[in-house]
Design a protein around this ligand. Structure first.
Ligand code: CMP
Length: 140
């Protein structure tokens, strides 16, 4: 079944010139981009996005980082795109990420890990709605 996921090229990925590299990998995987924009999140917007992590020790730091510069946010559509995108990204901790994954190749630490991807259909619905309204999602 076709599904959708939210992907973010984080401020470290944008700063390192990895927008094209990451998009290339998504397109090669057959993911279709149904919405995309560049955003420089405020601290409050980053806190809202990562609200599920509010109690975690890294919350303060990750929301500072995510509001430190522009990100590219996009919605990807494909069969099983949530898990396939997570495979392309690799583990959150780049040291545990499989060879050839985006994070293994480009991440600098567990926080500055280049990309974000939704981890379930429920999270994807929340995250897509956080950045895009229905008119901004194209019909394929
Ligand atoms: P992401 O997949 O966007 O989800 C939460 C983010 O918090 C994660 O990627 C990292 O950028 C950051 N983070 C920092 N430290 C940790 C940690 N110990 N565990 C999980 N995520 C972390």
């Amino acid at each position: 079944m076709k599904e959708r996921t939210l992907s973010i090229i984080k401020p470290d990925g944008v700063a390192k010139g990895l927008i094209g590299e990451v998009l290339n990998r998504f397109e090669h995987a057959g993911f279709q981009v149904v919405a995309m924009k560049m955003v420089h999140m405020s601290k409050k917007q980053a806190e809202g996005f990562y609200a599920v992590h509010r109690e975690r020790p890294f919350f303060e730091s990750v929301t500072d980082f995510m509001s430190s510069g522009p990100s590219v946010v996009m919605v990807l559509e494909a069969e099983n795109v949530i898990s396939r995108n997570r495979e392309l990204m690799g583990a959150t901790n780049y040291k545990e990420a499989a060879e050839g994954t985006i994070r293994r190749e480009f991440a600098m630490d567990i926080e500055k890990n280049v990309v974000h991807g939704s981890d379930s259909p429920e999270t994807a619905a929340f995250e897509i709605g956080y950045f895009f309204n229905a008119l901004e999602l194209v019909r394929l």
